[in-house]
Structures are given as structure tokens and as C-alpha cells.
Design a protein around this ligand. Sequence first.
Ligand SMILES: [Zn+2]
Length: 321
Amino acid sequence: MIESMRLIIDTHVHVFPDPLRKLAPGLASGSLAQTRKFLRLWRRPVSRTLHKLQTLMRYFPSPALRALDEVGGFAPLPGLLIESTVADLIEALGEAKTNRAVIMAQPPLCPNELVLDVCAEFPQLIPAVNLAPGTRDPKRTLQKYCRLGAKFLKIHPAADGRGVDYAQYLTTIKAACDLGLPIVVHTGSLNSHLLYKDPAQGNAERFKKWFRDFPATFVLAHMNMHSPNAAMDLAEEFSNVLLETSWQPAEVIGEAVRRIGAERVIFGSDWPIVGDNIRVGIERVDEAVSGGMISDEQAQMILGGNAARIFGIKEVAENAT
Ligand SMILES: [Zn+2]
């Protein structure tokens, strides 16, 4: 397949309010942009190594893995200073020839209103809203966000420190079902107490009753991270479960397609965590093709076709016209 013909939709990215500008308000924006560009180039080999290491960490004995997870929680932080804003995202999408991206809100760090505003301004961006614990009238709030353009509901129990029976989650999922809104759930219990209030709440197996009790489309973000087989077991059992590819190597993407079919595997990168995520993520899908694990057509479904179906995106690839 000719690369420029592809429709690519990254279903999992984050943006943050400009942290470097806050740290160095005296710098003129021109020189700031130059500095960032230079640092990003300089960082590329480091982030590539970290991405590779991340896929190998799951094979470490569990005490070592737990310790590494905690340290690894710090790895994204310096990078966010040089690659994390909306402008950085637009640039990264262009560099990786990616047509669209879904931005995950994460209040209070990244408020819903910010994500909705940014997506209203940039039509290639798609908003995913996330109701913080203690949101007043979650049903109405979700309806309001939908009127403002929300296309996805994100639930992050590990960051919230809440369990599956938390009443607000159940109300919100029910409201999402009524609105026809797909739901993305953070999965994977990366043992980082810096990033998550209760990492264990990310274990995909805990969400089984949601998949059974609600007729929603559930996307398991990160395919349960270090334990993707558990995510694949769930997707085999429940046809309303999709698996998202971030932090997974080519072999796991290939295995997911073999077990549940390409229709329910979708591309996500978790940009900008660690750096260069979109390109690394696309390369892994391509590697699954060159390794004979999936076909070109299956790669196209994973990279864009399935997300286009979920989000009702009818456009053909911009690059193809
Ligand atoms: Zn994420």
C-alpha cells in the first residue's frame, strides 16, 4: 500500500497547558520554538530506547518490575516540557502523516473545557471527556459535553483511585449508552504511585461486569499494558470490547488480530508520554505487516478504518486527494 494513501487516526493522545512557557516566561516565542525543536531532535534516540525498554519490562521478575514502574513514572516528566502542547501535537501529527487524533481530558491537569475548545478550533482533533470523581449531576454534565462535541467518554479508575462499583461511574456509563458514546477505559496496572492513586484499579479484569452489563463499545486503552493476554481474553469473551495498541510491541498487535480479528484492534499512541509516540506506534503496526503477522488491509483497519467507523468519520485520507 502506498503510504501517502493511508487514513491514520490516533485514538489516544494528551495535551497539557504550555509548561515550558510558564517556567521561562521571559523567552521570546521564536527562540522557545527553536529550543524545543532542538531538544526534541536530541531526545529522539533516548525516547526510542525507552519505548523499547518499556515493551521488555513485562518479562522482568515482579519485584524488579514494581520498582521499575515506580521509577518509570518519572520518565515522561522532562519530555513534557518540550513536547506536550496543542501546537506540538499538530506538528507531531504532520510529521507522522496522521490525519486525526483523539485528545483525552484528564481534569484537573487537562480540563474537559480545554479539550472541547481545542477540538472546536482544530477540526482534525476529536474530544474525549473525563468526569472527575465528585462531578455534580454526571448525567447532565455528560449530555452537555456531548452537545459541545464530545465523541468519547474516558474513564480512568487507576488515576481516580475508585473501583468499578463507584456510583458515578455506573451513572456515567449508563448515560454514555443512552447517548451512543463509546467509552475508553485506562487499563494496565503500571505500579506508579506518582501517576495513579491506585494502580491496581487499572487491571482490565476488574471491568468485566461493565462489559457484561452495559451495551456500550468499550476500548481498553493500552491493552492492559504489561499483561495484554488478559485484555485479549476479555475481548474474546465480550464482542463489545476493543483493544487499543499503545505501549504494545508488534508481536502483541499481531496476536490480538489473530485472536479477535483486526476489526476490534485500534491504533492509539499515548502521545506525548516518553516522546515520538505517534511514529513509534505506527512503526509497530507496520512491523507487524513486514513480519507477516497481519496484512496491509488489517493494518489499515487498525490505523484508521476502525476508528473512522466508531467516530462516524466519513472523510477519505487527506493525503489521498
Ligand atoms: Zn493516556
